[in-house]
Ligand binder design. Structure first.
Ligand SMILES: O=C(O)CCC(=O)C(=O)O
Ligand SMILES: [Fe+2]
Length: 288
């Protein structure tokens, strides 16, 4: 794969230019998506450019930096500094209202709809029968998964890796990254992803890889990283994962034509067991 292929949304449908492009996207686990003309990313771009500044306030009146995990009762979300260059604000959709500006909420809803279409297209391609989609995808095929919107800032003053190599844990990630720096690992080679202002990067995560591993046409999760940044770089992404909230965990499933769906583990277990892979070395050390 020289470069990721590019797809577009036609109405609600995801369209690849050729069946070969679709093959490449699904097998490699990454593709670019032209930004639909009616998708307004300007407010989220503005938030990405400033969320890490202590003076940038959320609609609730707190600076994003002060909205840490204690506020949300979930160690994974809120504002985090990592030992890589990244600092991030990650929030699950249950908490979006009142924290993200209205225009960002609208964009997030559109990204959810696109992600649902990507999941449906991918599971159809993989050969998972449609009646197994809702359970197999923990709700993501129907807009009923768990959704996290994250904002990332790469601190050029920290001289180290931008973001360590990892696979995202969910089904699909839709990323907005205008500045270069993102690389994907294809056939054991790191390749630069040609991001830019007119495309989103769509990548598949571990949950869809596990679901389709024994399906007729498996989908790969893509290993990716961000190289060291010399100037401020920001990005943001919508992660779509199996539904998980206090009291209900939809779980992670594998599908095989012979035996159908089988639960592999709990959703949170996948996150934590993958955690060292996602965040290997990226928790900010205590003495730092
Ligand atoms: O900033 C980027 O380009 C990638 C970010 C990323 O991989 C992530 O947030 O999981
Ligand atoms: Fe990622």
């Amino acid at each position: 794969m020289a470069e990721p292929v590019t797809a577009a949304m036609t109405g609600d449908a995801l369209r690849f230019r050729t069946p070969e492009d679709r093959d490449t996207a699904m097998r490699s686990g990454v593709f670019l998506l032209e930004i639909p003309s009616d998708l307004d990313v300007s407010e989220a771009d503005r938030l990405a450019a400033g969320f890490y500044d202590p003076g940038t306030l959320s609609p609730c009146g707190s600076s994003y930096r002060n909205l840490t995990s204690e506020r949300f009762d979930d160690q994974l979300i809120g504002f985090h500094e990592r030992s890589d260059q990244i600092e991030q604000f990650l929030l699950e959709s249950r908490f979006w209202v009142g924290i993200y500006p209205e225009a960002v909420l609208q964009l997030a809803e559109r990204l959810k709809t696109i992600s649902r279409q990507v999941v449906r297209e991918a599971l159809g391609y993989a050969g998972v029968p449609e009646d197994s989609w809702p359970v197999g995808s923990g709700g993501c095929s129907d807009g009923a998964g768990s959704y996290h919107l994250t904002f990332n800032h790469y601190r050029p003053g920290e001289r180290r890796t931008g973001l360590s190599s990892h696979k995202d844990d969910g089904f699909v990630t839709i990323l907005r990254a205008v500045e270069p720096g993102l690389e994907v690992n294809v056939d054991r080679h790191w390749e630069v992803v040609p991001t830019g202002p007119d495309v989103l990067v769509v990548n598949f995560g571990l949950a869809i890889e596990l679901l389709t591993r024994q399906a007729p046409r498996p989908i790969s999760a893509i290993l990716h990283r961000v190289v060291e940044q010399r100037i401020d770089r920001t990005s943001y992404a919508l992660f779509s994962s199996s539904f998980c909230a206090p009291g209900r965990d939809a779980g992670i499933y594998g599908y095989s034509p012979a035996t159908g769906l089988k639960q592999i583990c709990e959703s949170r277990q996948l996150i934590f067991e993958n955690d060292h892979e996602i965040y290997e070395g990226t928790e900010k050390p205590c003495d730092d």
